[in-house]
Ligand binder design. Structure first.
Ligand SMILES: C[S@@+](CC[C@H](N)C(=O)[O-])C[C@H]1O[C@@H](n2cnc3c(N)ncnc32)[C@H](O)[C@@H]1O
Length: 461
């Protein structure tokens, strides 16, 4: 986009009268543009913005198909924000007018449709022009928009042949970090993996239930134990949902709780628990779980989830860093708050709404939470620390720092057999480090997993 990201100010659309009846597909494009602007100009979270806009009028009145379209257009435009910005800049030699009203969001979402979605060119262009006509600022730029968008359509093949997700769709702060941490080749593969949507992975209460349900649900049982579905249906309509047999959890996110190795009767604290994916795993293994989270609202979601799954856990709404006591638990899981850069396939907005400062701020909190996790576990007990971040400060460096300053803990390396043989996901020190391009499949819908770090420690004194 010619307009730089992160610019404050609201997406302005107003003033010109709106037509009495919208043509088909127009409201979905209008709302997708609003969502895109909220993310790229105001750094709002994509999912929260979509939920808000689709829950209030006029989004609430949309048919399911159009709701899906809002989501798809906005997500694609955010995922491909860098490419779209470059494509527009290259074709608008004098840049974008300052007073263009909704022009930036209309152009960006139209280019997303032209390049990356199965939308006929004439529909994408015509609806974009209609949106501009609705706005007193935008209507001056219909000729410009028409020319630029038609040119993008004509030049589509050449544009798609020159895509470069690392150079264009990965902002500089992440490009720099990943190249330094993993090397340029891996950084390229990370960036490429982020251009695809994540599959839908399910975790089952037990392997037996999974094997019983797998045929009905279809999909693929992964070596790590999750069931991966290629097609997304509304969750409540899927077999086993009402019965509480499974929950949605990325294949990588399902690994850390397993590394804790808890069983019946173990007293376990899950320190950053909501909405409860890992709590459910621990409870399903028979542990007596205390689910701690500082967000009471998120704990309500955890309670709802546990109720559907028929699992019983204790819940404590507190800041874990303020918990008192020494050696109270047999095991502690710390799934710490983090920058979430390992989840860009499902949350592409994270790349554009966060920055280095978020990593530094969260790393400091993670250090304090980790010290608390060690206090709370008994001598001989285990701690698993994990984050869904690709940033070493939130993973490897946390454990290196802890082991250097706290002689109460030692590392217990992860064995490939504990994670479905994913040898490449174990670091030289024996920690778990998944990267989104791992677990490849010939069918791209079945490929990849979130970027996660996990380390297992034992308290020795
Ligand atoms: C990565 S999410 C946890 C996801 C969860 N473990 C799961 O598997 O579904 C991090 C959680 O940490 C919580 N949190 C952040 N700071 C906290 C603190 N100081 N004490 C307790 N919980 C905290 C957040 O509210 C958030 O729910």
């Amino acid at each position: 986009m010619p307009r730089p990201p992160h610019r404050p100010g609201s997406p302005s659309r107003s003033a010109a009268p709106r037509p009495a009846a919208d043509v088909a597909g127009l409201p979905a494009r209008r709302l997708a543009g609003e969502v895109f602007a909220a993310v790229t100009e105001q750094r709002q979270a994509l999912d929260d913005t979509l939920d808000r806009i689709l829950a209030s009028p006029p989004g609430r009145a949309l048919e399911d198909r159009d709701r899906g379209l809002v989501r798809a257009i906005a997500t694609t435009a955010v995922r491909r924000f860098g490419t779209i910005r470059r494509v527009l800049l290259d074709r608008m030699t004098s840049g974008l007018p300052d007073e263009g009203g909704p022009l930036p969001q209309v152009l960006a979402t139209a280019v997303a449709q032209l390049l990356f979605m199965d939308v006929p060119d004439h529909a994408a262009v015509d609806l974009a022009i209609r949106l501009l006509l609705e706005d007193k600022h935008g209507q001056r730029y219909t000729k410009l928009a028409n020319g630029v968008l038609r040119r993008v359509g004509r030049e589509r093949d050449a544009i798609l042949a020159a895509l470069d997700p690392l150079a264009l769709d990965t902002p500089a702060w992440l490009r720099r970090r990943w190249t330094a941490a993993y090397g340029e080749d891996a950084a390229r593969r990370l960036a490429a993996a982020h251009m695809s949507e994540a599959a839908l992975d399910l975790t089952f209460k037990t392997p037996d239930i999974r094997d019983r349900r797998a045929a009905e649900l279809g999909g693929l049982v992964l070596p790590t134990g999750s069931l991966r579905l290629a097609d997304r249906a509304p969750l409540p309509s899927l077999p086993g949902y009402q019965e509480g047999d499974w929950w949605v959890q990325d294949a990588a996110a399902a690994l850390p709780a397993r590394l804790l190795g808890v069983g019946a009767g173990d007293k376990v604290a899950d320190l950053c628990a909501a909405p409860g994916g890992k709590t459910a795993q621990l409870a399903a293994a028979g542990a007596a779980v205390t689910a701690v989270d500082r967000s009471a609202a998120r704990l309500e979601r955890l309670k709802t989830n546990m109720a559907r799954l028929g699992l019983s856990v204790e819940v404590e709404a507190v800041d874990a860093t303020a918990m008192a006591g020494d050696g109270l638990y047999d095991a502690v899981l710390l799934d710490a708050p983090c920058s979430a850069t390992g989840t860009l396939r499902r949350h592409p907005d994270v790349a554009w709404t966060k920055d280095d400062q978020d990593v530094f701020r969260l790393a400091a909190l993670q250090t304090r939470l980790l010290a608390k996790a060690v206090d709370l576990v008994r001598v001989g007990g285990r701690v698993v620390y994990c984050t869904c971040s690709l940033e070493p400060e939130e993973g490897e460096a946390q454990i290196r720092g802890l082991l250097a300053r706290d002689d109460r803990v030692e590392r217990r390396p992860v064995d490939p057999s504990e994670i479905g043989g994913l040898e490449g996901a174990i670091t030289a020190e024996g920690d778990l480090r998944t990267l989104p391009f791992m677990l490849p499949d010939a069918d791209p819908r079945f490929s990849g997993l979130d970027g996660f770090f996990a380390a297992r420690l034992v308290r020795v004194r």
